[in-house]
Design a protein around this ligand. Structure first.
Ligand SMILES: Nc1ncnc2c1ncn2[C@@H]1O[C@H](COP(=O)(O)OP(=O)(O)OP(=O)(O)O)[C@@H](O)[C@H]1O
Length: 259
């Protein structure tokens, strides 16, 4: 059996009186594409804060490659919800930012990222500023900045949430192709159930805050699922069952946003 690359073992976390995570246990296999889905405010981004060291668990353990994760050990490259491109830096210099923060010299960092521009659909835009790029291009630039850091796990927090439906779908197709080629280990936070079913090997469904893993759903279907002649019906059925679950009375928005 493949050993997990990452394991969260009974993690709980509170912010002063607010309990946010309660006994979260989940694992991620090497090369696996995992999604985390759950109601708004459940604590999804908090899981990434824990992994990146921006928050500390009250109890439980995080293991990476079979050993407890220590503070100096940061095997994650994080892409935040908004692209966070710096408007005053050219695209090439935005994509080198993570490497430069790690101490790489600008010239060397540029050499590392430049060959990847074409693959990320950004060829010819190296010297442009972010405001000259479309929403999809900006997200690809942010993803490029994340990927070049060459960390074992990519943490993507709703990377396509702000895009229009058509661009989002194009980006999902592109990300799937990139993942099939590079086999990165990815944890994706998303609100988009179809996106999770399309891209994930497994989906962890969270309860409302304090978040627990309510269900883990494997999606063992061939890729390009929603256009695959036989898999598409099953993919649609999984999507419907997740939506039913998320809209069930015990899971749906706790603030009563739904009737
Ligand atoms: N620094 C903080 N101090 C206090 N409370 C916080 C802090 N950060 C987050 N929270 C609270 O923790 C809860 C979980 O927040 P989190 O951002 O992890 O949710 P989420 O599931 O990612 O939400 P969304 O889907 O809306 O982005 C929320 O109630 C939020 O208000």
């Amino acid at each position: 059996m493949t050993e997990p690359l990452l394991r969260l073992d009974r993690i709980s976390l509170s912010y002063s009186e607010i309990d946010v995570l309660q006994d979260i246990s989940l694992d991620v296999l090497p090369g696996e594409f995992v999604s985390i889905l759950g109601p708004s405010g459940a604590g999804k981004s908090t899981i990434f804060k824990l992994l990146t060291g921006a928050a500390n668990a009250g109890s439980g353990e995080i293991q990476f490659a079979g050993k407890p994760l220590i503070a100096t050990d940061r095997p994650f490259a994080f892409m935040p919800q908004r692209d966070a491109l710096m408007p005053w830096r050219r695209i090439i210099d935005n994509t080198t930012l993570g490497l430069q923060v790690q101490g790489m010299r600008r010239k060397e960092a540029r050499k590392r990222v430049a060959p990847l521009f074409k693959e990320f659909g950004l060829g010819g835009f190296e010297q442009h500023y972010p405001q000259a790029l479309s929403g999809g291009m900006r997200q690809r630039a942010a993803l490029l900045r994340t990927v070049v850091q060459d960390r074992p796990v990519l943490l993507l927090d709703e990377p396509f949430g702000a895009l229009d439906a058509l661009t989002r779908n194009q980006m999902q197709i592109w990300l799937e192709a990139m993942w099939l080629k590079h086999r990165w280990t990815i944890i994706l936070i998303t609100h988009d159930v179809r996106e999770a079913v399309m891209l994930s090997d497994r989906i962890h469904l969270l309860s409302p805050r304090p978040a627990r893993v309510e269900r883990t759903i494997a999606v063992p279907l061939p890729r390009a699922r929603f256009s695959h002649p036989t898999a598409r019906a099953e993919a649609a059925a999984i999507e419907t069952s997740i939506l039913d679950f998320l809209l069930s009375p015990q899971i749906r928005e706790p603030e009563g946003l739904l009737p």
